[in-house]
Write a protein that binds this ligand. Sequence first.
Ligand SMILES: [Zn+2]
Length: 340
Amino acid sequence: MLDLVIQNGRIIDGTGNPWFFGDIGVKDGTIVEVGRVQQKGRQRIDACGQVIAPGFIDGHCHSDLMILDHPHSEIKLQQGVTTEVIGNCGLAPAPFFREHGELLRSYVEPVLGKTDWDWPWETVGQYMDYVKQHHPSDNLATYVAHGALRIAVMGFADRPASPKEIEGMKKLLEEGLKDGAIGLSIGLLYAPGSYTSKEELAELCTVLTKYNGLLSTHIRGEGNNLLPSVREVIWIAEKSGVPLHISHLKAAGRRNWGQVMDAMNLIDDARARGFDVTCDVYPYDAGSTMLTTLLPPWVLEGGIKEVIPFGKVSEKAWIPPTLTHVRTVSVTNPTNRMMP
Ligand SMILES: [Zn+2]
């Protein structure tokens, strides 16, 4: 006797095979039969010709904090997603140390969502344990997020990390990987990721090789500087010898449309040289990010709260912000990262 039989489904087995009509038999939490299941099941579900498929993996999520408020993850499960990958784009709520705690919160909350409760963890491992205590309905895997590492070690300092600071970040990264994180995510569009050189990142990535870790990247620019940004992360991966994933590859801004083909050529070339480089795209033609990404990176030195209420308009001048000022610094931003 089986525990569960799902009958009359359109089965897509996830191997690339075409779909076929059939049943699924489950015993002790494992699929033991696929096809025409003759055995009886304690429970029987008639799928009425609907699709039966393995759960989907959502490889790019920002549910790091939402999963704690909504551990049942109904919005994911209703879409067939049973595994989420979090800690993307250099943004994650751990490691979280009191000294730079407010900086980290103001850095991640525009994307991960606001929380009005105290975060009781420090390390990535403690954060993962805390999530487990909430019994999330779906499976979760996380990256260690570079932005969180840099804030933990050096706040929002707009300068290269010292050798001692790099060692500090490497130690925290290694701790996270030992605790089960799947790699490192970097968000070079966002300060303080944007303050980081490719050499500094390549050095940090050497830790990944010991743990088979993946480097996942929100690249420095997805607009006018798309191609140099793709070249940069390929350089980091090749230099440190780690597999690379480029998240949500796109060419933002009308004048850049079509450049994704050139970006794909760069990826193909790296693969032809023997490097493991992959990318993903949104299943829609829109994107969302923080308004602060329109500002040149130096405006954000010291943290998000430093931008308000003063509004820096040059390296030296501080005057109250107006929309005109923000537009001025955005349009004159040499990297012109996201402007249409
Ligand atoms: Zn991103």
